[in-house]
Design a protein around this ligand. Structure first.
Ligand code: UTP
Length: 297
């Protein structure tokens, strides 16, 4: 099987209930860190890793997301006329090549595994990436690029993994480690959201995957069998049961869970501080702010 990865699935069909009421009319992925929507961070990471085809699994109410990737000729012309070159460049950086994006609907939010399965006909017989835009990763070498480089050596399927405190493990898919090779582990099993105290390790799966097409076949089987949410973790675990390799990759970088309010606020602060234009002023503001109790009330 070839090891070039040129397609990525972006499952964005979730309801985003943790951000209600905002997500009543705005897709979560359009929410911004400083001035860029979450989805743009995910696209930039995918492009840097050599992805050429971008497959969005969307749902009702995600129109703003599709519009975001349209070219904006009137806006561009107006910026050009006013000589706003810098803004024009920023805007153009969001343009996508015609035909590079596909949208598939997930008609019912039946889980992440089901969302990925919905894109099966666009994948054919090649490995593909899955990127959850909620997980924003600040890294010198973008996380997916790190993974694709590692994947070219190993093949199999690969999940991004990070150490979490034991108490937090029950919020994640957790790896049962067969062999620890440092930046990489080979995986004996995976447990989705283990009960407290029952996690097989403290190595949790986060939202970056490189998967072989057989995972889609596994999802097919799960789909016909299971009711309720269809878990991507279960379909990857089935690879191991069928003696195919699965690896966990300890990426270098800082991951922010922007699907949660606390993680989103932390990312906003981190990206605000790292911003060239705002960083110093924002740092000064924060220093003052933390000395004033309940300043926003
Ligand atoms: P989450 O578990 O964060 O769910 O999904 P959610 O619906 O987005 O948010 P909350 O929990 O209600 O606040 C993780 C990722 O999987 C996608 C989501 O869009 C998100 O990128 N997803 C989840 C789907 O595409 N379809 C689903 O049925 C479930």
């Amino acid at each position: 099987m070839k090891r070039e990865v040129t397609k990525a699935i972006f499952p964005v069909a979730g309801l985003g209930t943790r951000f209600l009421p905002a997500t009543k009319s705005i897709p979560k992925e359009i929410m911004t860190l400083v001035d860029k929507p979450l989805i743009q961070y995910a696209i930039d990471e995918a492009r840097a890793a050599g992805i050429k085809e971008f497959i969005f699994v969307t749902s009702r109410g995600k129109g703003a997301l599709e519009d975001y990737f349209d070219h904006a000729p009137i806006l561009e012309a107006s910026l050009r006329e006013k000589n706003k070159t810098e803004l024009l460049e920023k805007l153009k950086a969001t343009n996508m090549e015609s035909g590079a994006i596909a949208y598939i609907r997930q008609h019912q939010a039946l889980g992440l595994g089901h969302a990925v399965w919905c894109a099966r006909r666009l994948i054919s017989d090649e490995p593909f990436a899955v990127i959850l835009p909620d997980d924003v990763i600040a890294a010198e070498t973008p996380c997916l690029q790190q993974m694709i480089e590692a994947y070219q050596e190993t093949g199999g399927s690969m999940v991004a993994a990070m150490e979490v405190p034991p108490k937090a493990a029950s919020s994640y898919g957790v790896l049962d480690i067969k062999e620890d090779m440092g930046s990489m582990v080979s995986v004996r099993g995976m447990v989705e959201k283990p009960k407290e105290g029952e996690a097989p390790s403290n190595l949790a799966v986060i939202g970056r995957y490189i998967l072989t097409p057989s995972v889609l076949q596994n999802l097919n089987d799960l789909k016909s069998g299971a009711g309720g949410e269809i878990q991507l973790t279960d379909a990857i675990a089935k690879e191991i049961a069928e003696n195919r390799d699965v690896f966990g990759y300890r990426f270098r970088g800082q991951r922010f869970d922007c699907g949660s309010k606390a993680g989103y606020l932390q990312a906003t602060v981190a990206f605000g501080l790292a911003n060239e234009e705002l960083g110093n002023e924002f740092a000064e503001y924060l220093r003052e702010m933390v000395t004033i109790p309940n300043a926003a009330q």
